[in-house]
Design a protein around this ligand. Structure first.
Ligand SMILES: Cc1cc2nc3c(=O)[nH]c(=O)nc-3n(C[C@H](O)[C@H](O)[C@H](O)COP(=O)(O)OP(=O)(O)OC[C@H]3O[C@@H](n4cnc5c(N)ncnc54)[C@H](O)[C@@H]3O)c2cc1C
Length: 418
């Protein structure tokens, strides 16, 4: 029988949400996070972009975004992560501006109406207004994750929650697999920050399948990548096309391009994150077509880049009103839920940057429930694996598993302009 390890708080997960929870809760409480591995974690997939709230259609949500962006800006700067690689521009439909502009004023979001910088062209876009958002953040996810997780890395154990024991409305223990060994953890409180894996944790706890199905939605996100020495150092949102610039080594730059499809293919319930969504060639063709419409010199430029594509699962937890998708007009843009279990909380940040607001709210709940009782587990517990937990921490868009192709080969493969 494995030895029982008692701890104030057990966090499941190890993405940005778990790291932010660890930063919020330690050293005030004894707390460990058990993480299944970062390769599939959304936190290392993402564009490296966080909005200052201009897209939130509710004043409270806009304020939450703005405060979160300010929090990360300070933290990233203090950790020497360059947190504004480029300014962020957006071309927005006028009816959308009518809805969100009052929130910018109310929430103190800095917005300057301006023309889009070179090489963006807006002549082919429907009626719109263009803005520059100075408080938006563009940063390198892996570098940010590494620096922010460093102070709490000794609290992160590379392992998986395998079983959760419950007596009535309380969690009484969690079986954790670490390599070949199995450990029993008895936390006073259990926090689930497993991203899309939260649904699997709810299942493990015996939450009704129907409730699990409604708890979160997961949708495919396509990342079209262009890298080369002539990638323009600008980031923008062009109606429904996100363009995020990252500098690379040796004078190269990278654009991450994502087109938001009109009808995302949502999936509910548990999902195997290790199997990425299939690439939809039509969506990639549409993304290129959209870029070609919005970029001066597109046809001359494309051959100067190497092209790649990957897909990831993006998790959305919709909130309590049963709507299938987190709505832009919700007052709270992240989601915390207890599922009628007294010492349990699951957390969906919905966006990287909102992990800060979600962790703060989780921290308030923890403090209302708990006085610290247990010391931090020591090395003998087998639950202290040390910095990095032996896992590669790299941006998905820099992974050596990505295939890069010349323009000619890429367009032939995806059937663009056949
Ligand atoms: C392609 C893509 C682009 C995105 N772009 C943006 C963007 O531009 N801006 C933005 O703000 N947000 C963006 N997001 C969303 C953002 O990345 C996520 O909201 C955020 O990273 C979620 O963090 P998390 O810690 O909750 O989950 P994750 O980072 O997914 O971490 C969950 C962790 O839980 C672990 N886990 C799962 N099951 C178990 C288990 N049973 N036991 C132990 N551990 C387990 C997993 O291994 C993983 O490490 C994007 C997401 C994707 C996929």
């Amino acid at each position: 029988m494995p030895e029982m390890v008692e701890v104030d708080i057990l966090v499941l997960g190890g993405g940005i949400q778990a790291v932010t929870l660890l930063r919020e809760l330690s050293p005030e409480f004894s707390v460990i996070a058990v993480n299944g591995g970062l390769f599939d974690a959304e936190s290392l997939h993402f564009h490296g972009y966080f909005s200052s709230g201009w897209n939130a259609a509710h004043p409270k949500a806009a304020k939450t975004y703005r405060e979160a962006a300010g929090y990360w800006r300070k933290l990233l700067e203090a950790s020497s992560v360059n947190s504004r690689l480029t300014a962020f521009y957006a071309a927005l439909p006028r009816d959308f501006v009518d809805i969100v502009e009052p929130n910018w004023l109310a929430a103190g979001i800095s917005a300057e109406e301006t023309t889009l910088p070179t090489p963006f062209l807006t002549t082919n876009l429907p009626s719109h207004q263009s803005f520059k958002f100075d408080d938006d953040l563009v940063f390198d996810d892996a570098e940010a994750y590494l620096r922010l997780s460093a102070p709490v890395a000794s609290h992160i154990v590379a392992g998986r929650a395998d079983k959760i024991q419950r007596e009535g409305s309380r969690v009484t223990g969690v079986t954790v697999n670490v390599g070949e060994s199995q450990h029993q953890v008895k936390p006073q409180l259990l926090l689930s920050a497993c991203g899309a894996g939260n649904a699997g944790i709810l299942e493990m706890m015996g939450v009704a399948a129907e409730t699990v199905d409604k708890a979160q939605l997961v949708r495919p996100l396509h990342m079209l990548l262009a890298r080369g020495a002539r990638v323009p150092p600008v980031s923008a949102f062009l109606f429904d096309l996100v363009v995020v610039y990252h500098p690379l080594e040796q004078g190269e730059g990278l654009w991450i391009l994502s087109l938001n499809p009109e009808h995302p293919k949502f999936r509910s319930g548990t999902i195997d994150m290790a199997t990425p969504p299939p690439i939809e060639k039509e969506l990639i063709r549409d993304s290129l077509e959209r870029l070609s419409n919005c970029m001066a010199g597109f046809d001359d430029w494309v051959a100067s880049c190497q092209w790649g594509v990957y897909t990831g699962w993006k998790t959305d937890a919709p909130g309590p009103d049963g709507n299938a998708l987190m709505q832009l007009n919700y007052p709270c843009p992240y989601y915390l839920e207890r599922f009628e279990i007294d010492n349990f909380l699951s957390i969906w940040p919905n966006h990287w940057g909102l992990a800060a607001a979600a962790a703060r709210e989780a921290g308030e709940w923890v403090r209302s429930q708990l006085k610290s009782r247990h010391p931090q587990p020591d090395e003998d517990s087998g639950l202290r694996s040390g910095p990095g937990s032996g896992q590669a921490i790299e941006d998905r868009w820099l992974s050596d598993k990505l295939v890069w192709q010349s323009w000619e080969d890429f367009v032939r493969q995806i059937g663009y302009r056949d």
